[in-house]
Design a protein around this ligand. Structure first.
Ligand code: PGA
Length: 249
């Protein structure tokens, strides 16, 4: 089995002062982790996060970036701005962005390409809603999100991409997918990537599970054959809980 990639998605939480306190607490707790550790923090916390994690094993990510390098896009942040700060990763296409901010497979693709061109490593989120799952459309939705959302992503670029399978019904709800549900969906997604990029590339691709993962359920999920890590929201805001997930595998 591969090592895991454990990423915290802080969402719109933590002022700079709060972020600094959390990172200082986290650094020693995950220092001997064998898994990759990433924290994806609000834009205003990025500089502090980069400085406080320098020389540690914690990698820093943002939660979005624009598809253009500069221009009249009030309120947006360009990938090169993130790179210059020392940011390594960026979450793209989170379901909250798709639901509340009009993100589509096309904008996800554009942002992913721009992030890759700037040298960032995108964490691209996909996942079905409850209605889609219940009406038997899960596979169709996941297939569409991969085929549209990765349309122009080359095999070489895919090596720098992490995918997060986050069933929308499990995000922030306390309802976690069962170990088997998570593994089955990720296996399905891997198959879709295999059709496009070949089996070896699909096997090498990291596909995380996200949605109410916590220190209690992480071990079961992370020990499944196809679950290559986790994207963790709520539980990543408490150092001890996030560290427990980092060490769960
Ligand atoms: P959650 O969020 O762990 O709070 O469910 C996961 C995510 O949205 O990435």
């Amino acid at each position: 089995m591969k090592n895991k990639i454990i990423a915290g998605n802080w969402k719109m939480n933590k002022t700079r002062a709060e972020a600094e306190a959390l990172i200082k607490e986290l650094v020693p707790l995950v220092a001997d982790a064998r898994n990759t550790v990433i924290i994806c923090v609000p834009f205003t916390d990025l500089q502090s996060a980069v400085e406080l994690t320098r020389g540690t094993n914690i990698h820093v990510g943002a939660q979005n970036c624009h598809w253009k390098e500069s221009g009249a896009f009030t309120g947006e942040i360009a990938p090169s701005m993130l790179r210059e700060l020392g940011v390594e990763y960026v979450v793209i296409g989170h379901s909250e962005r798709r639901t509340y901010f009009g993100e589509t497979d096309a904008t996800v693709l554009a942002r992913t390409k721009a992030a890759l061109n700037a040298g960032l490593k995108p964490i691209v989120c996909i996942g079905e809603t409850l209605a889609e799952r219940q009406s038997g459309k899960m596979e169709e939705v996941l297939t569409r999100q991969v085929s549209e959302g990765f349309k122009d992503v080359t095999a070489e670029e895919l090596q720098r991409v992490t995918v997060a399978y986050e069933p929308v019904w499990a995000i922030g709800t306390g309802v976690t997918a069962t170990d088997e549900q998570a593994n089955d969906a990720i296996k399905y997604i891997r198959g879709v990537f295999a059709e496009k990029y070949g089996k070896a590339a699909a096997e090498a691709l990291y596909i995380q599970y996200g949605g109410s993962m916590n220190d209690g359920n992480a071990k079961g999920l992370l020990n499944m054959s196809d679950v290559d890590g986790g994207l963790i929201g709520g539980a990543s805001l408490v150092a001890s809980k996030f560290a427990a997930i980092v060490h769960a595998h």
